[in-house]
Write a protein that binds this ligand. Structure first.
Ligand code: PMP
Length: 354
């Protein structure tokens, strides 16, 4: 820390992204990226005329992409917000809908960035413990008097609430914003987008990073009542109006035009998830009922950190969290079937040495 950093941030602990080592070629199952390339239509759109226009700013309103998203999700254009990855939208949401008086409620074990944003903005937040099976009880979020933020499916557990359960939370927080982070919804959970028509306090946040193979493009979107979208735009136009570059905008539009391609990729991921889960169970692992593009797994023979390190030394990267309550587990991103077979092979090697 330099002597110039504002005292406000002196104790801030930033978010730690999953490691991206460059020392060797890993089977990379640690940051929940898609193993599949973007659709050929996306690649064509990015290589085309758009590159020649990089001397010009992108459309700050993102009209063409918003139109496509509105059409895809059956909502009005005034109900859609787009930004530079869903992290950007979560950041704007904490900025817009929380302050010293209005706190935040989120699960104790969830996406680590929620706590970072809450700390960044000096928000009075409450981490709600999960049940011992890692499930979320909706009633724990009733009458929060705070903004509620829930990843659904949750990370890193992969467990999902039903739309009916989210609706209970919405009904019991009519005067507060409820943010449902659907980063992983396309791999088998139920989306709450339809509820945005009924509840003016709901923001559904989604990303292109997982189910649309565009983590490197940085594109996220949110669907909500038009007044909430207007608030998010107030923050956007007060920070960085050109927050989506031209190439990403073109990629975002093209990917919506190739929905079948992504549907197939996501179906494959869900199938490979179930295959890998069954194989790990045969090897003595306990796993949650993940609906996401990752598994959350605990071995009966080896600790979480030890397993993570042993895999890494064999060229397979998974994610381990040091938090006491989940330290026995690792989170394993679902790659291709071939990548998961490598994971299983290396796991057999490791377990035979324990
Ligand atoms: N929400 C959750 C639950 C996540 O796991 C992630 C990915 N790290 C994000 C949001 C952010 O995704 P992105 O900024 O790439 O859209």
């Amino acid at each position: 820390m330099s002597k110039f950093l504002s005292r406000r941030f002196s104790s801030l602990v930033p978010y730690t992204p999953g490691e991206q080592p460059r020392d060797m070629e890993y089977v990379k199952l640690n940051t929940n990226e898609s193993p599949f390339a973007p659709s050929p239509k996306v690649i064509a759109a990015v290589n085309g005329e758009e590159v020649k226009k990089l001397n010009l700013y992108p459309d700050p309103t993102g009209k063409a992409l918003i139109q496509k998203l509105a059409e895809t999700y059956g909502v009005g254009e005034e109900n859609v917000f787009i930004s530079n990855g869903s992290d950007d939208i979560l950041n704007f949401s904490f900025m817009a809908f929380c302050d010293k008086d209005k706190g935040a409620f989120f699960p104790e074990i969830s996406y680590g960035f929620y706590e970072v944003y809450a700390e960044l903005y000096g928000i009075n937040y409450k981490k709600i413990p999960l049940n011992s099976d890692f499930s979320i009880t909706p009633a724990h979020y009733f009458n929060a008097g705070s903004t509620v933020v829930i990843a659904n499916p949750n990370a890193p557990t992969g467990l999902a609430l039903s739309v009916a359960q989210v609706e209970e939370i919405l009904k019991a927080n009519a005067n507060d914003v409820v943010i449902i982070d659907e980063a992983y919804v396309d791999f088998g959970a139920e989306s709450c987008v339809a509820l945005t028509k009924k509840y003016n306090n709901l923001i559904v946040v989604m990303t292109y990073s997982k189910s649309r193979s565009l983590a490197g493009g940085r594109l996220g979107f949110a669907i909500a009542h038009k007044d909430l979208i207007r608030d998010l735009n107030t923050i956007k136009y007060s920070t960085n109006p050109y927050n989506i570059n031209r190439l990403t905008m073109a990629a975002g539009i093209a990917s919506l035009e190739d929905a079948d391609y992504y549907k197939n990729c996501n179906k494959n991921t869900a199938e490979v998830r179930e295959y890998t889960k069954a194989e790990l169970q045969k090897r003595g692992f306990t796993l949650t009922d993940s609906k996401a593009n990752f598994l959350f797994a605990k071995s009966d023979k080896i600790g979480g950190e030890e397993y993570y390190m042993a895999l890494k030394s064999r060229g397979v990267l998974v994610r381990h969290f040091k938090n006491e309550k989940i330290k026995d587990y690792v989170r394993i991103t679902i790659g291709t079937k071939q990548q998961m077979d490598v994971l299983l092979l290396k796991t057999d090697e490791i377990l035979s040495e324990v």
